[in-house]
Design a protein. Structure first.
Length: 473
């Protein structure tokens, strides 16, 4: 439990750093003093832990201040809202997000030039640029965009500024003339992975009709831009949005598959190494957002514990994941996906086992103990564990959306038994179809036979054009 309390203090420090008027160096001094006092009073358990938690809180606040961008002439955000046409040059550092008729590019900007004065200077920072679908944009493209830089909007209901800040983006160019001077920059491994992602996306749209294709793109590849607002609203109203998001179930499935394939050749222990590689590869393939990172870190911690012959504890793994993620990016604490992912896992850690034991005790009144334990397994897997996760996630969803979906308590147990088969068949169809399209059709046909959990919709307008551009081009 010490790691759990340390993580809670660290997270509280991030919140304190964002709200209290102290500066970063002041929090750093307070943290250093707390560490010194914890060392001086190390023989007194209560005092030692009090100062240690104070140090964790102070360091969390200090880390938040260190993550704040320094806006100066060498940072791209310095040139926001100048009402002057600018030309920025940089490299696409994320997989482009394709929508119906346009694409959003995330650039690591290297130069900015004022068009009227023809003055150029080196800068740093990221900018979000909206481009047309004239080119087949890809990670690593060298891009030159001409337009007006703006600060993202900060609305009452939703702050796009805060949303982009969590991705370290502080500038955007919503209307731009974008050119492609070069290609092949960036990390070669990421370039290969993102290229594979687009190929699999094209295969998926060739095998499945919409809206099934768009839903599977979200479930398998983490690409949700093709899902229509109507279909997404159906999931929101029924509290089943998590079905179309990459979760720990995906990564657990990947890890289990790799362990099963490689342990016969490498043994039980060394077979864990390819499983860890598969988890990291899949996390990068689907975009590595907050929920995926949480699931990947926890899966890797579990695999590490098995490799070292130790028992893993869900609460400690969750605390370690929170520390690692917020140390890398403190603003992730305000990401709704981060909050829901951690809340769902916390619900499972706190309530899953008590609910399972309660179900066994209740069933024991009607059947013998062995039968009660056998019946409790599917009951827990498809109902009680869902209830455990929803105990902690429903309050967050209600606060974020202003909507409380009680029907989710009924909808989720109906949908969840179908999810493994859908993922396995959809993934098998996409992978085999990527090798040879006819090879994927039998699994795709079997996947379409899985009962749908949503009403049929018209085809998305992007299907056939931008959404599965990898296939079209």
């Amino acid at each position: 439990m010490p790691l759990v309390w340390f993580a809670l203090a660290w997270l509280a420090g991030i919140v304190a750093g964002s709200n209290l008027p102290l500066r970063g160096w002041q929090w750093g001094l307070l943290g250093g003093a707390s560490v010194l006092l914890a060392a001086l009073f190390r023989r007194v358990r209560r005092d030692r832990w009090s100062f240690a938690l104070c140090a964790a809180l102070s360091l969390g606040a200090c880390r938040f201040h260190l993550s704040e961008p320094r806006i100066h002439p060498g940072h791209i955000a310095f040139y926001n809202d100048l009402r002057q046409q600018l030309t920025i040059t940089g490299v696409v550092v994320e997989d482009p997000k394709v929508f119906d008729g346009y694409v959003k590019l995330t650039l690591a900007v290297e130069r900015v030039r004022s068009t009227p004065l023809a003055l150029a200077r080196p800068v740093e920072g990221r900018a979000l640029v909206r481009a047309s679908l004239v080119h087949h944009w890809a990670y690593g493209d060298w891009v030159r965009a001409e337009g007006y830089l703006e600060t993202p909007e900060h609305g009452e209901d939703f702050s796009y500024r805060d949303y982009l800040a969590r991705r370290r983006i502080f500038s955007m160019m919503p209307v731009a003339h974008v050119r492609l001077p070069g290609q092949g920059n960036g990390n070669p491994l990421l370039r290969t992975i993102y290229g594979m992602r687009q190929r699999l996306l094209g295969t998926l749209y060739n095998l499945f009709p919409d809206p099934e294709a768009s839903l599977l793109a979200g479930i398998l590849l983490g690409i949700e831009t093709g899902i229509t607002p109507e279909v997404r609203d159906d999931f929101d109203r029924t509290g089943t949005t998590h079905i179309i998001a990459i979760s720990g179930f995906n990564l657990t499935l990947i890890a289990g598959l790799f362990i099963h394939l490689f342990r016969r050749w490498l043994g039980n222990l060394r077979g864990l190494l390819p499983a860890a590689f598969g988890v990291v590869l899949y996390a990068l393939l689907v975009g590595a957002d907050a929920a995926v990172m949480r699931a990947a870190i926890m899966t890797l911690l579990v695999l590490s514990a098995r490799f070292l012959g130790r028992q893993s504890h869900g609460s400690n793994s969750l605390a370690a994941a929170a520390l690692i993620m917020t140390a890398l990016n403190p603003r992730m604490l305000w990401d709704l996906g981060f909050q829901l992912s951690f809340a769902a896992t916390l619900g499972l850690v706190l309530y899953a086992e008590p609910l399972r034991k309660g179900s066994i005790a209740a069933l024991s009144h009607f059947v013998d103990q062995v039968t009660a334990e056998r019946l409790s397994n599917p009951l827990s897997e498809f109902l009680l564990f869902t209830v455990a996760a929803q105990i902690t996630t429903l309050p967050i969803l209600a606060a974020a959306t202003g909507r409380l979906s009680l029907i989710s308590l009924v909808a989720n147990p109906i949908i969840l038994p179908l999810q493994p088969g859908l993922m396995i068949l959809g993934g098998l169809a996409t992978l085999s179809g990527g090798l040879w399209l006819p090879l994927g059709r039998p699994a795709a046909f079997a996947g379409l036979a899985v009962p749908c959990s949503y009403p049929p919709r018209r085809a998305h307008p992007g299907a056939g054009s931008g959404q599965h551009s990898a296939a079209g081009r």
